[in-house]
Design a binder for this molecule. Structure first.
Ligand code: DGY
Length: 429
């Protein structure tokens, strides 16, 4: 249970971190390791920011969408400033954008973030024009997803690079990654290891494959017509799709209230069809959703947190109940929650990025979905664990579920943002 003093300290540290990482109209995830603007970091950060500075929350998302590509894609990194401390920088991506950006995307959480900001706004009339502009931009991004990442109209989109999921080195990608070659990658210098412990980061072999994919897409001129069919890595991830489906639903609701009826209808359809299609990713063996390897036409044998994220999107209470049971069982097997991979799997690694560690943004989305379905005890368990972890170990990038130890970058923007969210309705105190 948090005392009022601890709550006060957590709040002021979180606000301080948001301010230290604030570049004026966008935030960096953390100084050093991630010195630019990242797509889903910014959207989740905007939600947290709305607790302290509503206006600044809006600009965070607007700045991201200022760099949307003409085809609707919203890139995963915006290289606002030069910084040699990150690899791969703009010269590797070579996307020819006025302000350099990467050429791949990230989880589409903007629709969900926009809805939070809009619902919370103290001046809904004043933000109407801004909200409408964002509704239209986010809708274009959603259309891009279903046009280019779901060419056979299956209502589920594929990711073409692990970086698109944000869960860079999840066990989910291991088998498909064996198909990604590394020849011709050439030598390069990783910069992430200047800022974070190598035992907590993806391996050198994984990096070679990340870079091979970037070089391959660059050689295809970043043409969305060719990327999907020509990528050896083409995965339908339940977590990525769940976030998109929930954002489509959220966008439809905001669009409706702004009189944007065509956008509302389109996004209602995307979310309804997506929810139905998620059923094809269910695994009885794992009692959760799993990835589908579209390039190899097979389900992936990996029980990661991505397969639990559908709680964020589902409206079927019976399915959510099954996932709640599964989340509870993961929680029973580690000290801190929620691990990003099943601890009983030999591939679990409690410190290595997305192969076991806890991420507060994931906890937040799980909590949101569980709360919608009335799983209040489990909500309380997750909020309490998240805040306990932070109060003992600081606002790090991620955490070891076995020891609670801080991992990766320090003073992390989206972790701080999520703390402000969890403190809003601190069910732990
Ligand atoms: C990195 O560089 O670690 C990122 O996750 C890529 O977006």
């Amino acid at each position: 249970m948090l005392t009022p003093e601890i709550t006060k300290r957590l709040r002021s540290t979180a606000v301080e971190i948001l301010s230290v990482n604030d570049k004026g109209n966008y935030t960096v995830p953390t100084e050093g390791l991630y010195p630019f603007q990242w797509n889903w970091d910014s959207c989740l950060t905007a939600i947290g920011m709305s607790n302290v500075n509503e206006e600044r929350g809006w600009t965070e998302i607007e700045t991201l969408f200022d760099h949307q590509w003409p085809n609707g894609m919203v890139p995963h990194i915006i290289f606002h400033e030069k910084n040699a401390g990150y690899f791969p920088g703009p010269e590797v991506w070579a996307t020819q954008r006025p302000t350099p950006t990467s050429g791949i995307t990230q989880p589409a959480v903007a629709g969900f973030a926009l809805q939070k900001l809009y619902q919370r706004s103290e001046r809904p009339d004043a933000v109407k024009t801004r909200a409408t502009a964002l509704v239209q931009a986010i809708d274009r991004w959603h259309q891009w997803f279903y046009q280019y990442r779901d060419p056979d109209d299956q209502a589920l989109v594929a990711v073409l690079h692990p970086w698109e999921t944000g869960r860079d080195n999840s066990v989910d990608w291991d088998s498909a990654f064996e198909r990604v070659p590394t020849d011709g990658v050439g030598s390069y210098q990783r910069r992430d290891l200047d800022h974070a412990d190598a035992s907590m980061r993806p391996t050198g072999e994984q990096y070679d494959r990340y870079i091979w994919l970037v070089q391959h897409f660059r050689s295809l001129g970043w043409s969305n017509q060719s990327l999907h069919d020509n990528s050896p890595f083409r995965i339908v991830d339940p977590g990525f799709n769940a976030i998109l489906i929930r954002s489509c639903e959220a966008l439809a609701e905001v669009a409706e209230s702004l009189g944007e009826d065509a956008i509302a209808q389109r996004n209602h359809d995307f979310s309804a069809r997506g929810r139905l299609a998620l059923g094809s990713l269910w695994s009885d063996a794992h009692e959760q959703y799993v990835c589908y390897d579209r390039a190899n036409a097979s389900l992936v044998d990996s029980a990661s947190i991505g397969g639990l994220l559908p709680v964020f999107a589902l409206d079927d209470g019976a399915q959510v109940k099954k996932l709640a049971r599964r989340i509870d069982s993961l929680c029973d097997r580690v000290k801190y929650n929620v691990p990003s991979h099943d601890p009983d799997d030999a591939r679990f690694d409690s410190k290595r990025y997305w192969r076991g560690p806890i991420w507060l943004i994931v906890n937040y989305m799980l909590v949101d979905g569980l709360r919608r379905h009335g799983h209040n005890e489990l909500v309380q368990r997750l909020v309490s664990s998240s805040l306990g972890l932070i109060s003992e170990n600081g606002m790090a990038e991620y955490f070891d579920p076995v020891t609670g130890g801080a991992c990766g970058g320090k003073n992390f923007t989206w972790t701080a943002a999520m703390v402000l969210e969890f403190l809003r309705d601190d069910v732990a105190s």
